[in-house]
Design a protein around this ligand. Structure first.
Ligand code: SAM
Length: 414
C-alpha cells in the first residue's frame, strides 16, 4: 500500500515498480461497469465500481497501461495520503506534514482540484486554498523556494477529496483529461466527447469479447459529424490503444518515480496488439454537411484510418441502407448546439428510415437529450440508458429492428 499513517502523520512514500497500490479511475454516468471490465482486462485487481469512478489495485505498470489503454476513463488517480481533519487548521497541519519534496519538483507547477461534502468543509475553493498554503509554506520554510501554481497546464494535478472529516489526496496520473486523444484536427460543430463515444460503443457491444461474431459486424454512423464514433469504432476494431495519438502527454511522466524504460515497455506491449483482432467488417459514416465531412476526413487522415472508413455526403434518409450485420450508433442533433428547423420532423424521419429501409440485421442505438423529439421516432426502445453529454442529460436508446409484423412491434410507448 502506498498510503501510510504514522500516529496520524502522513507520509507519502514512492512506489517501487512491483509494489501494488490503490488507484481510482474517473468516468461518466453509466460507463462505470464498462470501465471496470476494461480495467480487469488490463490486469486490475480488487475492482470496485462507484459513482462515476472505479477503484482498483495494481502496480506502476498498470498505472501506465490504464492511462494508455482505457477508452472509458477520464483520469487515473493515485491516492497518496489519507487522514482525518476536523477543521481548517487540522487540514493545514496534516497537509504540511506530508513530505511534498518527495513528490513535487520545486521548479514545477501544480494545481489542486477539490471536492468537499459534509458539514465541516463546505467550500471546496477554501479547502483547496488551505491545502495549497500548507504545501508552499513547507517548501518555502525548508528550501526558501516553492513550486508555482498553474491552473491551465500544471505539471502536477492534485485531487483533494473531503467527505465529512475524512481527507484523501490523490495525484492525477493523466494530467489533461483522457478524452483528449490527440486525433482531433480542429474543433467540430458539436463533437461528442471521445470517452462518451467509446463508452456508448462498448454499451452497444461493439468489438465485445462476448460477441464472438463481432469481427464480421459492420459499423455505420448516419450522422457522423467530425467522425468521433467512426474513429473510436475503428480504433477498437484495430486494437489501437486509446491514447496512441496523444503523444507523451501524461502527468505521471513528471513524477519523480517515473520509469521511462518501464513506460516504453508497456507501450510497446500494447502497440504490438494493433491489428490482432482480424477485423473484417466495414465502417462507414455519412453527414449532410460537407464541411463536417471535410473535417472528418482530416481527422481520419491524421489517424491513418482513412482507408478503413468510408464517408458519404447527403441526407441519411437517401443513403443506401446498411448491408449485412450492422451496428448503428449515432448522435443526431439535439437542437442545443445545432439548430434544426424542425427537430421533431428529423426524428420522425429517422424512425421511418430505420423501420422502412433498415433490415433486422441492423442493431440501432442513438443518443439524445431531446426527450420530446425522441417520442417522434415512433419505435419502442428496448433499452434507455441515462448518460451525460457535457451538461446535457441524455438517454442512450436501443432499437431492435424486426421484419414482418412491424406495426405491433414498433408501437410507440405513450
Ligand atoms: C451532433 S452532430 C454529430 C457530431 C458527431 N458525433 C461528432 O462527434 O462530430 C449531428 C450531425 O448530424 C448531421 N445531420 C443533421 N441532419 C442530417 C441529415 N438529415 N442527414 C445526415 N446528417 C444530418 C449534422 O450535420 C451534424 O453533423
Amino acid at each position: 500500500m502506498i498510503i501510510q499513517k504514522n500516529n496520524g502523520k502522513v507520509v507519502a512514500p514512492q512506489a517501487t515498480m512491483k509494489e501494488k497500490f490503490k488507484m481510482v479511475a474517473k468516468t461518466m454516468v453509466s460507463l462505470e461497469e464498462v470501465l471496470a471490465d476494461e480495467l480487469r482486462e488490463l490486469g486490475a485487481e480488487n475492482v470496485t465500481v462507484g459513482a462515476r469512478a472505479v477503484e482498483f489495485e495494481g502496480d506502476m505498470r498498470l498505472l501506465y497501461r490504464a492511462n494508455y489503454c482505457c477508452r472509458t476513463a477520464l483520469a487515473i488517480l493515485k491516492p497518496f495520503a489519507e487522514f482525518d481533519a476536523d477543521d481548517d487548521q487540522q487540514l493545514y497541519d496534516q497537509v504540511y506534514r506530508i513530505r511534498w519534496e518527495k513528490l513535487l519538483d520545486i521548479d514545477a507547477t501544480f494545481m489542486i482540484d477539490s471536492t468537499v461534502s459534509g458539514e465541516i468543509f463546505t467550500h471546496s475553493y477554501y479547502a483547496a486554498l488551505k491545502t495549497k498554503d500548507a504545501i508552499v509554506d513547507r517548501f518555502r520554510r525548508n528550501f526558501g523556494k516553492r513550486p508555482s501554481i498553474d491552473t491551465e497546464q500544471p505539471d502536477y494535478k492534485i485531487n483533494l477529496h473531503i467527505r465529512d472529516n475524512h481527507v484523501t489526496l490523490l495525484m492525477n496520473a493523466s494530467g489533461d483529461s483522457l478524452h483528449k486523444r490527440g486525433y482531433r484536427q480542429g474543433v467540430g460543430i458539436a463533437p461528442i466527447n471521445e470517452v462518451l463515444a467509446a463508452g456508448l460503443l462498448k454499451l452497444a457491444g461493439w468489438c465485445s469479447p462476448q460477441n464472438s461474431e463481432s469481427s464480421v459486424q459492420n459499423f455505420y454512423d448516419p450522422m457522423c459529424g467530425s467522425g468521433t464514433m467512426l474513429i473510436e469504432a475503428a480504433m477498437m476494431a484495430n486494437c489501437i490503444p486509446a491514447q496512441y495519438y496523444r503523444g507523451n502527454r501524461f502527468s505521471f511522466m513528471r513524477w519523480k518515480e517515473f520509469n521511462l524504460g518501464e513506460w516504453k515497455s508497456v507501450k510497446a506491449e500494447e502497440d504490438r496488439k494493433i491489428g490482432s483482432l482480424d477485423f473484417e467488417g466495414e465502417i462507414w459514416g455519412n453527414d449532410i454537411d460537407e464541411r463536417v465531412i471535410e473535417q472528418c476526413e482530416r481527422n481520419l487522415e491524421y489517424t491513418k484510418l482513412h482507408k478503413d472508413v468510408m464517408l458519404h455526403i447527403g441526407d441519411f434518409a437517401e443513403q443506401d441502407p446498411p448491408q449485412g450485420r450492422t451496428l448503428i450508433v449515432t448522435n443526431p442533433p439535439y437542437g442545443e448546439r445545432i439548430k434544426v428547423e424542425d427537430l421533431n420532423a428529423l426524428y420522425t424521419q429517422l424512425g421511418d428510415t430505420f423501420k422502412q429501409r433498415y433490415g433486422e440485421q441492423c442493431d440501432v442505438w442513438l443518443i439524445t437529450s431531446d426527450f420530446e423529439a425522441m417520442k417522434h421516432i415512433g419505435l419502442r426502445p428496448s433499452a434507455k440508458i441515462p448518460v451525460q453529454n457535457g451538461a446535457l442529460d441524455c438517454r442512450f436508446l436501443h432499437f431492435q429492428l424486426y421484419q414482418g409484423s412491424k406495426k405491433a412491434k414498433y408501437q410507440q410507448e405513450d
